[in-house]
Ligand binder design. Sequence first.
Ligand code: PEP
Length: 247
Amino acid sequence: MRKLLIMANWKMNKTAGEAVAFFDSLPALPAEVDTAVFAPLTALDALSKAPLAGVGLGAQNFHPAAAGAFTGEVSLAMLAPFGVRYVLTGHSERRDLFKESDAFVAEKYWAAADYGMMPVLCVGESMAIREAGGAEAHTRAQLDAVFGDMTGRVLPKEVIIAYEPIWAIGTGLTATAEDAEAMCASLRAHLADRLGKDVAAQARILYGGSVKPDNCAALFAQENIDGGLIGGASLEPASFAALVEKG
Ligand code: PEP
């Protein structure tokens, strides 16, 4: 039985003070649900000293190299002292706006795994790909870019995938629970082919894309959807708590 996992992606929102204020007014969360927040880098120091009530800390971005001439970037070793456990890899905004390729996403994923952090691998198709009937092939190829060649690879403690159709992110359009379940089931079947049945059965596959307190219950009730990666609706403490409560 996989435990529900609700992850907040705050994107470029909240100063350090606002991030701490979020936790100051967050109601107690049920222990049956795992939770995490991907906070902006500038809030990590303050959050590392704040009581997070069991909510795990994640970073939205990092560079896979250990150190070097990468102006503006931060390494995993720079994030670790703040208690960062999770890192996002392959978010569509990083892929589209910052031109992160499949190969670079894979480099980031394995750098995080090797460092002992838990990378969350985001995959998802555009509306054009969906309408052309290519959603499954596209997202399976995104998995293959990371898991296609496992020679010498050691998986992170937990495999976490976020299925996020690009057309649903921040648009108010949500995939139907049935469509999201079909995609997550397809991704799990592909993980079984690549990583084996046991790993696939234990992997948590999240749905992301305009998840809100009023539409999350149907999504989270699906057999192959193990929680959500949530942007807009995770910014307010009451809304985040409601997502966790309804899960
Ligand atoms: C996201 O950024 O990962 C996301 C799913 O955003 P939203 O919930 O706002 O669509």
